[in-house]
Design a protein around this ligand. Structure first.
Ligand SMILES: [Zn+2]
Ligand SMILES: [Zn+2]
Length: 80
């Protein structure tokens, strides 16, 4: 097993590439594109489930737990 290391950006912030934040129960990604961006780096557009506000959002690469709300998938247009 590979040892789990935390990747960091040059500014010291944590890189979330390859990790997925907790998703709502029974969540099924609408398409492969959306699913792929649930585990990407915030600098490459990352979607996270905002648990407290109950919506999906684009993660802010600089401030953690800050999300720009999105209601529809940008690729397939399905309501999230
Ligand atoms: Zn990163
Ligand atoms: Zn989609």
């Amino acid at each position: 097993m590979k040892k789990k290391t935390i990747n960091r950006h040059s500014d010291g912030s944590t890189c979330l590439e390859g990790t997925v934040s907790p998703l709502p129960k029974n969540f099924k990604p609408c398409c492969d594109f959306f699913e792929g961006h649930l585990s990407s780096c915030a600098y490459k557009v990352r979607f996270d489930w905002n648990k407290s506000k109950k919506h999906f959002g684009i993660a802010d690469p600089v401030m953690s737990n800050v999300y720009t709300q999105i209601n529809y998938c940008p690729w397939c247009g399905k309501k999230l």
